[in-house]
Design a protein around this ligand. Structure first.
Ligand SMILES: [Fe+2]
Length: 351
């Protein structure tokens, strides 16, 4: 059999070496013309239908390794022996880190340039956003008026003492938001913002985004930060219907609509530096920016398609409508990530 390497079909295993022992490294130089290997931070169920559609149309087999953490380190260790063609991430952070570590390469594709707006792709064409999401403010419908909070900056107001919930300031979603505040307001003002928000917290930072929404529903706090798509996920959660109750307790506030717009993040893709199936991988990247794939991809997780003119999920139209996005390039925001982490540690946000 040519190209014996078979990482796995659609993310069953999280570690290639676990699956095939030492054989992978030996076999990785065997290039099978009609397959692509993806290392993915995105969960298999989100991408499977789209990749299935691509396989059907192109005849190219797509293998996915679902990675939970340390993707950058893994590609570093594997070096030019890596079988990875593409990396899929759920945040700008890893894409920026991969570029800094020289583990991805530019893709000069007129199709990607046309389909993906400038703000959602790297200036050097090394990473590309596929879906976007906003980190928004959730407020209690029961205890707060609709116009009680309108800007990220207002979370620092004294009047919200003991009424704000947040996950760890070191989580990638928080670091992106804090980076955007540094870009907008400067480092000194953002340090003060972090101190003041910390002073307003109802409890120590912790839990995931859903836990912040639940905390509002439980009456622990009145204001929280979480990504926009979680609203769709909990509102439609039939496996855990209690989450639908949380969704009904909150209002979605897209912040800073009268100034720079709501902070946006992306799920994205990049071509690995040593991609063994480069041409096929670029073909898949271009497919993912097509209208059909954009619609399916964004719909699967209640995210926003990055390609202009692509219809959004019905639930998004109903609950989120149109809003003003922060238009500053995500690359400029990601460049402030280390600064953001240093501030979080300096003010002891999580302590
Ligand atoms: Fe998420």
């Amino acid at each position: 059999m040519i190209g014996v390497f078979k990482p796995m079909k659609m993310g069953v295993c999280t570690d290639i070496r676990l699956l095939c022992g030492g054989l992978c490294l030996m076999l990785s130089s065997v290039v099978h013309a009609s397959e692509i290997n993806i290392y993915s931070y995105r969960q298999p169920f989100l991408i499977k239908p789209i990749l299935d559609a691509f396989e059907q149309q192109s005849g190219i087999q797509v293998n996915v390794v679902y990675v939970r953490k340390a993707l950058v380190r893994r590609l570093e260790v594997e070096g030019d022996q890596s079988v990875a063609d593409l990396v899929l991430t759920a945040d700008i952070g890893p894409l920026y880190a991969l570029k800094q570590a020289r583990l991805i390469q530019p893709v000069k594709s007129p199709v990607l340039r046309r389909n993906i707006p400038v703000k959602y792709r790297d200036a050097d064409s090394q990473w590309f956003g596929l879906t976007s999401r906003s980190r928004i403010i959730y407020t209690s419908t029961l205890r707060l008026a609709a116009d009680a909070v309108g800007r990220y900056e207002e979370l620092a107001d004294r009047r919200w003492q003991g009424r704000v919930c947040s996950r760890s300031g070191k989580h990638k979603y928080m670091l992106s938001l804090i980076s955007s505040l540094i870009l907008a307001n400067g480092e000194t003002a953002t340090e003060q913002w972090l101190r003041d928000v910390k002073a307003n917290l109802a409890r120590r930072p912790g839990g995931n985004d859903r836990a912040q929404i639940k905390a509002i529903s439980d009456g622990v706090c009145d204001i929280a930060l979480a990504n926009s798509y979680y609203f769709g996920k909990i509102l439609t959660n039939e496996r855990k219907p209690e989450q639908q109750v949380w969704a009904k307790a909150v209002r979605l506030v897209f912040p800073n609509q009268d100034d720079r717009g709501a902070h946006m993040n992306i799920s994205g893709i990049a071509l690995s530096r040593y991609a063994p199936h480069k041409d096929a991988a670029i073909q898949l990247m271009e497919y993912l920016s097509s209208e059909q794939a954009q619609f399916m991809y964004a719909q699967s997780n209640f995210e926003f398609p990055v390609r202009e003119g692509t219809p959004r999920a019905e639930l998004i139209e109903t609950y989120m409508g149109e809003f003003k996005e922060d238009e500053r390039p995500l690359g400029q925001i990601a460049a402030r990530r280390q600064q953001a982490l240093a501030l979080v540690e300096k003010v002891g946000f999580d302590d």
